[in-house]
Design a protein around this ligand. Structure first.
Ligand SMILES: Cc1ncc(COP(=O)(O)O)c(C=O)c1O
Length: 436
């Protein structure tokens, strides 16, 4: 009995770890998840932006099985093929001169590594992170996270010398500006921070998600990241791009920073890197990495041989099947369709995204005749009803944003046009039904 499993789980696991659904999986394959009760779902959550080439990809399973016969753990005692081969493959897809790696297991771990690297190499302490950012839950990473104060509650004091800049989230500008008239005041604010709060020569790094993830699926203006790149270079501040959610094809390019024509000094990657096997990486240039001597950082499980084998097969599959191109094509189509709906349904306050990373923000709309225009106040209740209906109709979507009023469309890169169309129809019907 599925219910029985949920009851057992609730007796065993701390409620601190919240689940998005109560679905018990029997089998997951590609875009589809079959539940224990026989119901079939399209998984548009991709296991939290991780199963980028679908669940249980056959190429990955084959590679993993091969690896199991060779070695499954090294603990930094032995070198092994899959790790080296994976790093060589990664080097081919990482931008600019980002060609040296430190492998770990989770996104948060990579973020920890990146901030340690930045502090070590620059001998500076200050780190600038963003309001709205999500970088993970370990103590260092959560000190950078500010997607909601809830994640930080009762954990203070956090890591010192973290400074907070407003993320360029134009629909809900943290500085109250209107994108039509604003001249990137949030960037001006950042520059002022370097005079009022921390000197540039004490600032080790700025860490930014090239597209805001958990905090709201917001795409920053092109110029913001370009200007940020220039500013960091001018002061010798290391620019860290957290590509944990945006990377590995999610936005239609290997890494989202490519859309903005910038190359960070350090990049963190995880999630889609190994199709669900635990693996993450701190990536940087040789110049920076060679300043990090033996013992300055370490790991027991990082770069696990099986995960690395999965990583190799993941890259090969993305290339072989043209999945970046597919993500762009299907993502562009979805964005256009959703923008069409946005014009029709005032409850859709905003639609935005890159590739297969699309956010739809629900707002309380004011009936015409009383007041024109949209009231931007978040409509969490509406989202809950839409999500429930989508789930009932076999489409798994999840939410994000501080008010949890934003739906994320983040299906795997293998999603076909027909599957996207089907999902959009389920989504639109759920919305119309909720409105009626
Ligand atoms: C941008 C970003 N950074 C870091 C993390 C933390 O990754 P993990 O949950 O693997 O520790 C996440 C997870 O959602 C993320 O989206």
């Amino acid at each position: 009995m599925p219910d029985n499993l949920i009851t057992r789980a609730k007796k065993l696991f701390t409620p601190a770890l919240a689940f998005h659904t109560d679905i018990i999986v029997k089998k997951a394959q590609g875009l589809y998840v079959e539940a224990a009760d026989g119901k079939r779902y399209m998984d548009f959550s991709s296991g939290l932006a991780t199963t980028n080439i679908g669940h249980c990809p056959p190429e990955v399973i084959k590679a993993v099985k091969r690896q199991l016969d060779e070695i499954i753990h090294s603990g930094c005692i032995f070198r092994y093929h899959s790790e080296i081969e994976f790093a060589e493959k990664l080097k081919e897809i990482t931008p600019g001169k980002l060609d040296m790696f430190f492998f770990s297991n989770s996104g948060a771990e990579a973020v920890e590594g990146a901030i340690k690297l930045a502090r070590f190499v620059t001998k500076r302490q200050g780190i600038i992170a963003y309001t709205g950012a999500f970088h993970g839950r370990t103590m260092g990473a959560v000190s950078l996270t500010a997607s909601t104060a809830k994640y930080r509650q009762n954990y203070h004091p956090l890591l010192p010398s973290i400074f907070r800049a407003p993320y360029p989230y134009c629909y809900r500008c943290f500085l109250g500006q209107n994108p039509d008239t604003c001249s990137m005041d949030c960037f001006g604010y950042l520059k002022k921070m370097l005079r009022h709060e921390i000197n540039p020569d004490e600032t080790a790094a700025v860490i930014i998600e090239p597209v805001l993830g958990e905090g709201g699926y917001a795409v920053p203006p092109l110029n913001y990241l370009k200007e940020l790149r220039k500013l960091c270079a001018e002061y010798g501040i290391l620019l860290i791009a957290d590509e944990i959610q945006t990377g590995f094809g999610r936005t239609g390019k290997w890494f989202a920073c490519e859309h903005f024509g910038i190359v960070p000094d350090i990049m963190t990657i995880a999630k889609g890197i190994a199709s669900g096997f635990p693996l993450s990486a701190v990536v940087s240039t040789k110049t920076i990495m060679f300043k990090w001597p033996p013992g300055a950082h370490g790991t027991t499980f990082g770069g696990n041989p099986v995960s690395c084998a999965a990583g190799i097969a993941t890259i090969e599959t993305i290339v072989k099947h043209g999945l970046l191109e597919n993500a762009s094509r299907v993502g562009d189509y979805a964005l256009k369709r959703l923008i069409g709906m946005h014009k029709k349904y005032p409850v859709m306050g905003d639609v935005r995204g890159l590739g297969l990373m699309i956010g739809i923000e629900f707002v309380k709309h004011v009936p015409s005749g009383i007041k024109t225009g949209k009231d931007k106040s978040p409509d969490r209740e509406f989202l809950k009803k839409v999500l429930n209906k989508c789930h009932k109709n076999g489409l798994i979507l999840i939410e994000c944003g501080i008010d949890k009023n934003i739906i994320r469309f983040m299906p795997p890169l293998i999603t076909t046009m027909e599957e996207m169309e089907k999902a959009l129809e389920i989504f639109e019907k759920a919305m119309v039904k909720t409105l009626s």
